[in-house]
Design a protein around this ligand. Structure first.
Ligand code: GRF
Length: 191
């Protein structure tokens, strides 16, 4: 098992767009004594993202980046390199990263997706699973490659879909599972 104490921790950037519960969870995880990562940067395409505001409030280095202009990723890349970022965790990040960007961080970008991939790539996963009367729903942490929600799976966790379930109850239950498995996935790839 590798030792990630103090300065050895893997410098990590979190990309966030929305409420940021996964971001908060990863920040908490990073502060644990034996955690292999430190959160050194938070990037958001949404200035109003609760996750982004939380990171700011907690004095984590934050950068707003619109992700609207696919050509100019130079400044973002140089920021990431300057801080020696070795791992990127997408946590409710709602933009698609361009291939050229992903190439620069090959095998170093993780994403959390609220479905049992390869089922239900893209948006509205719970709605679709619910409509299809799936037996199980769940979430997946996977590496990011150039195809949407298609990179190598690191870990998955499922939960039964009950008759009394609603979209909102599924969302809540799966989100809890997400918070469980994202740190485990990070340990799995780093330890
Ligand atoms: C999560 O369900 C995540 O899997 C998906 O977007 C949601 C974001 O939640 N990609 P949060 O911003 O981490 O609270």
């Amino acid at each position: 098992m590798k030792n990630y104490s103090g300065k050895n921790k893997v410098k990590t950037a979190i990309f966030v767009s929305g409420s940021g519960t996964n971001l908060k969870n990863l920040i908490k995880f990073s502060k644990k004594l034996n955690s292999p990562i430190s959160i050194n940067l938070v990037i958001s395409n949404n200035l109003k993202s609760k996750g982004f505001l939380f990171a700011k409030k907690n004095k984590i280095n934050t950068v707003f980046y619109s992700f609207n202009n696919n050509k100019n990723y130079e400044s973002l890349l140089s920021k990431l390199n300057k801080l020696n970022i070795k791992l990127i965790c997408l946590a409710g990040f709602m933009k698609i990263l361009p291939k050229s960007f992903i190439k620069n961080f090959k095998g170093k970008i993780l994403n959390i997706h609220p479905s049992l991939l390869p089922k239900y790539k893209g948006l509205n996963t719970h709605e679709r699973a619910f409509k299809n009367k799936e037996k199980y729903v769940g979430c997946t942490v996977h590496f990011v490659n150039s195809k949407l929600d298609s990179g190598k799976i690191v870990i998955q966790k499922k939960t039964k879909l009950f008759k009394k379930d609603t979209i909102s109850s599924i969302k809540k239950r799966v989100l809890k599972l997400e918070h469980k498995i994202y740190p485990i996935a990070i340990e799995k790839i780093l330890l």
